[in-house]
Design a protein around this ligand. Structure first.
Ligand code: URA
Length: 232
């Protein structure tokens, strides 16, 4: 791999910034300052340092964000703060959220640069469960729960697929779905003549927020979490 591509992929800067930094002598390869950014390096065996600190190449990075309310799920927006604004500095470039949570929805959002995994995680074919804690305007009855579990008409071609729903001791609803239709949970509650007043995603597949991070914060997935989420 070329040194400039390696440094760009590690989010050190753009191609032209990286070229400049190398020219200024800020990059070392195996302990030697290099001045040309188009040289070939071996990203597995060479030791690359920028300002004296080791730069490690990671093809894929997986971040777990505890999204606060009021932030939109997008990679960029001219007016509003996006979830990407909460993750600074980005460990690698070209990261994006896996699916979306509405502006007022809180909780678990996965962010990665692994497009293939994203595609699989969002495909109904792989049945990745998403757990939502739903606060509703009115109490949810037993017959509502049965309807939500069976599938409800939310105005699409087909009713929602079978889900799991149960009432928690505090009166909120725990709803587990494996589809990801637009505003799905809000529309499911509308279908049973109710309204969502707060929505929190507490888990996504094998991932949950039990070990943090706090709202508004993020952390990289552990190796164990990565191995659980990867679909081959
Ligand atoms: N369903 C919704 O209605 N909103 C979300 O943010 C996620 C699921």
């Amino acid at each position: 791999m070329r040194l400039d591509k390696f440094l760009c992929d590690c989010n050190i800067g753009t191609r032209s910034q990286v070229k400049d930094l190398v020219k200024k002598g800020m990059v070392q390869v195996n302990g030697t300052v290099v001045k040309k950014s188009d040289i070939a390096i071996n990203e597995d065996t060479d030791i690359i340092e920028f300002k004296g600190e080791r730069v490690s190449y990671r093809k894929y990075v997986y971040i777990l964000l505890n999204k606060p309310a009021g932030i939109i799920t997008a990679t960029e927006d001219k007016r509003a703060n996006t979830v990407m604004d909460l993750i600074k500095p980005l460990p690698v470039k070209d990261m994006f959220p896996v699916g979306r949570l509405d502006k007022d929805t809180t909780g678990l959002l996965l962010i990665t640069n692994d497009g293939d995994l994203t595609h699989k995680l969002l495909s109904p074919k792989y049945h990745v469960d998403k757990t939502y804690i739903v606060t509703t305007a009115k109490p949810v009855s037993q017959s509502d729960i049965e309807a939500l579990c069976k599938g409800v008409d939310i105005g699409d071609d087909k009713p929602t697929l079978p889900a799991k729903a149960s009432l928690l001791p505090d009166g909120t609803l725990e709803l587990i779905i494996h589809e990801g239709r637009y505003h799905q949970v809000k529309r499911m509650l509308e279908a049973v003549d109710n309204e969502v007043t707060a929505l929190h995603r507490s888990s996504f597949g094998p991932l949950n927020l039990e070990n943090g991070p706090e709202s508004g914060c993020w952390r990289e997935l552990t190796q164990d979490e990565i191995s659980k989420i990867i679909i081959r």
